[in-house]
Design a protein around this ligand. Structure first.
Ligand code: FAD
Ligand code: DLZ
Ligand code: SF4
Length: 506
C-alpha cells in the first residue's frame, strides 16, 4: 500500500505523487493543522478558502473512488503538525511507501527532511512539476550570472513553452515585452467588469462557522465570502476573465480606483497557488484568445509574462536564497508597521482604500501592494520582516515562496537589489497619476510642506536622504539625488522636518 500525503496547496488531480497510483493500493492523507492555520494570523477568508477547498477536493477524490483519510482541524487526536499526522496515519494504515510532493515553503521542507530518519517506511519526495521551471533548471539558468534579470529568464520560459513565438525562437509582434503600453490610468466613469463571486455552499458555511469561532481575532472580515473553492468554479473565473477582462487587462494593469477592488485583474492567484488552476493551461487559453483576434497582444503578453515570468522567477529566487533570505534587511529598517495596517483607519485615502479592500476581500492588486502599502512601508522604514508577515497574513494567495520575494525583495529592497534594480519608492504624484484616490483625500498631493501636505511627498525625500550611503551608487537613483542636491538647503530642511514630524506622529 502507498500513502499519498496531499498538502493544502496541492489540490491538483494530476499531482506527481498520485501518478502511477491505483485506487485499490493507495490511501490519500489530508490534514487540517494547527501549525498551518496559525504560523501567521491568516485573514479569516484565507482560512475559509483553503480549508473549504481542501474539504471539497477530498470529497471529489472520494466521489471518484479514492480512499481519503481526512483529518479535521477539530478532530480530538489531531496532533496539529504535518509530521505528527503522518505518524498517526502510519499507525492507522499499513503502508510500504509514503509519497509527497515537495512543499512550497522552506519551513515545511525542513520538517519533512527529517522524515526519512524518523519513520520506518520508504519516503518518496516528488518535485512539484505544476511549475514550468524546475528548481534545478532555475539554478542552472542563474549560475554564473552577475545579475538575475527576470526579463531574460522570461524569454527562456517563452522559448521553452513556445508561448507567443513567431517560429522557434522569436517573439510574436517583434517585441518580448509590451509593458510600456500597459500603464494607462483608470477613469472613474469607465465600464468596470464585475468580479465573479460564489455564494458559500453548506460545506463552506460549516468552515465559516468554525473560523468565526476559532479565529475571532484574526485580521479581516469573515464575509461576504465569494471565492471559488472547487476546480469547476475556478475554471468559471477563468472563463469570466477571458471574456470580460482580458482584452483590457494590459491597458489598465497599474490603475487604481476608489471602491473598485478588482478592476481589470484576473483574481486567480488564490486558485493557481493551491493548484485548482494550471498555469501553463491558463497561458495557452489566453494565447488562443490572441490567435482568435479576441484579445490584443499587449494584454496577452502582459498576462503570460506575469505567470511564466514573474511567478516562476520569484519561486526560483525563494528556493535559491532561503533560509537566510527572510532575515535580510539591507536598509536596516526597524520601524514597527503602524496599527492602521490592521484596521484601515487612516486619513491617507490611498492607504485606507488599499487596506480596507484587503480586509474586505483578502485581495489587492499588484500596484496597490507595491506602490501604496509597500511604498508607504518602505518610505517610513518599516521592519521588512514585519512587512513580510503582514502580507503573508492578509492575502488569500499568500504563501512564502511567492510572497516573500515580492515583499522583502521587490517591495522593501531588503535584499539590496536582487529582485529589483532600484527601490520602488515614489511620492504622491505617482499615486495621483494612476488613481483617483487623491481627489477625495484629506491631504493635498500637490503640497510638500504644511499640515495638509501629502505625507508621501516628503517621506520620499526623507527616504532617499537617510539611505544615501547605501543607495548613492545606484545609477537609477542618480536623477533624484541630483534633484535633491540642487534644492535650496532651507527647502530640504523643511521637507525633512515635515517628514520627521509625520514619522513621530505614527
Ligand atoms: P493579475 O494582475 O490578474 O495577474 C495574473 C497572475 O499573474 C496572478 O494571478 C499571479 O499568479 C501572477 N503574478 C502577477 N504578478 C506576480 C508577481 N509579482 N509574482 C508572482 N506572481 C505574479 N502574488 C501571489 O500570488 N501571492 C502573494 O503572496 C503575493 N504577494 C505580493 C506581495 C507584494 C508586496 C507584491 C508587490 C506582489 C505580490 N504578489 C503576490 C504578486 C501580485 O500582486 C499578485 O499575484 C496579484 O495581485 C494577484 O492578483 P490577480 O490574480 O488579480 O493578478
Ligand atoms: C496555508 C494552509 C493552511 C492555512 N492550512 C493548512 C492545513 O490545515 N493543512 C494543510 O495541509 N495545508 C494548509 N495550508 C497550506 C500549507 O501551509 C502549505 O501546504 C505549506 O505551507 C507548504 O507550502
Ligand atoms: Fe495618498 Fe497623498 Fe494622494 Fe492622499 S494625497 S491619497 S495620502 S497619495
Amino acid at each position: 500500500m502507498k500513502l499519498v500525503y496531499i498538502l493544502g496547496d496541492q489540490l491538483t488531480r494530476t499531482l506527481a505523487s498520485l501518478r502511477g497510483c491505483r485506487k485499490d493500493d493507495t490511501i490519500i492523507l489530508m490534514a487540517e493543522l494547527d501549525e498551518e492555520t496559525t504560523y501567521v494570523g491568516h485573514h479569516k477568508q484565507k482560512l475559509i478558502f483553503i480549508l473549504s477547498a481542501m474539504r471539497h477536493f477530498a470529497e471529489e477524490l472520494r466521489a471518484d473512488g479514492w480512499s481519503v483519510d481526512y483529518v479535521d482541524l477539530e478532530a480530538p487526536e489531531n496532533s496539529g503538525t504535518f509530521s505528527g499526522e503522518l505518524a498517526r496515519a502510519l499507525e492507522r494504515h499499513r503502508v510500504d511507501e509514503v509519497r509527497v510532493v515537495k512543499p512550497g515553503e522552506w519551513r515545511v521542507q525542513a520538517a519533512m527532511d527529517e522524515w526519512p530518519g524518523k519513520f520506518d517506511v520508504c519516503i518518496r519526495f516528488f518535485d512539484d512539476d505544476r511549475f514550468i521551471c524546475s528548481l534545478a533548471e532555475f539554478n542552472d539558468w542563474a549560475e554564473g550570472r552577475s545579475a538575475l534579470t527576470m526579463e531574460y529568464f522570461y524569454r527562456q520560459m517563452r522559448r521553452k513553452t513556445g508561448l507567443l513565438l513567431d517560429g522557434e525562437a522569436e517573439p510574436l509582434g517583434g517585441r518580448w515585452n509590451y509593458d510600456k503600453d500597459n500603464r494607462k490610468p483608470a477613469k472613474p466613469d469607465m465600464f468596470m467588469p464585475q468580479a465573479l463571486r460564489f455564494a458559500p455552499d453548506d460545506a463552506t458555511k460549516a468552515v465559516m462557522t468554525m473560523v468565526a469561532r476559532r479565529f475571532p481575532d484574526n485580521v479581516g472580515k469573515l464575509e461576504p465570502f465569494g471565492f471559488a473553492v472547487t476546480r469547476a468554479d475556478a475554471e468559471k473565473v477563468v472563463d469570466h476573465f477571458i471574456t470580460h477582462v482580458l482584452p483590457r487587462f494590459g491597458d489598465f494593469q497599474d490603475a487604481m480606483l476608489t471602491g473598485e477592488a478588482f478592476l481589470y485583474h484576473a483574481v486567480i492567484s488564490p486558485y493557481l497557488n493551491i493548484g485548482l488552476l494550471d498555469p501553463l493551461d491558463l497561458c495557452r487559453r489566453v494565447e488562443a484568445e490572441y490567435e482568435a483576434g479576441r484579445a490584443p497582444l499587449n494584454a496577452v503578453e502582459g498576462f503570460v509574462r506575469q505567470i511564466i515570468g514573474w511567478r516562476e522567477f520569484v519561486r526560483g529566487i525563494y528556493w535559491r536564497e532561503m533560509p537566510d533570505y527572510v532575515t535580510r534587511n539591507f536598509l536596516a529598517a526597524d520601524r514597527p508597521l503602524p496599527p492602521f495596517y490592521w484596521t484601515g483607519e487612516t486619513e491617507m485615502h490611498c492607504l485606507a482604500e488599499a487596506i480596507g479592500q484587503t480586509l474586505d476581500h483578502a485581495y489587492a492588486h499588484h500596484i496597490q501592494r507595491l506602490m501604496v502599502t509597500g511604498n508607504f512601508a518602505l518610505l517610513i522604514g518599516a521592519d521588512p520582516r514585519q512587512v513580510h508577515e503582514w502580507y503573508l497574513e492578509v492575502y488569500a494567495d499568500a504563501y512564502e515562496w511567492v510572497e516573500l520575494p515580492n515583499t522583502l525583495g521587490m517591495s522593501q529592497f531588503g535584499d539590496g537589489g536582487l529582485l529589483g534594480t532600484k527601490p520602488y519608492a515614489a511620492s504622491g504624484a505617482y499615486i495621483d497619476r494612476m488613481s483617483d484616490y487623491c481627489t477625495s483625500c484629506r491631504y493635498d498631493v500637490t503640497e510638500k510642506t504644511g499640515e495638509n501636505a501629502c505625507p508621501f511627498n516628503t517621506l520620499y525625500w526623507h527616504f532617499l536622504d537617510r539611505n544615501r550611503q547605501k543607495l548613492k551608487g545606484n545609477r537609477r537613483l542618480a536623477m533624484p539625488y541630483a534633484t535633491w542636491d540642487k534644492m535650496e538647503p532651507s527647502r530640504r530642511r523643511q521637507y525633512l522636518e515635515r517628514a520627521e514630524s509625520f514619522l513621530e506622529s505614527l
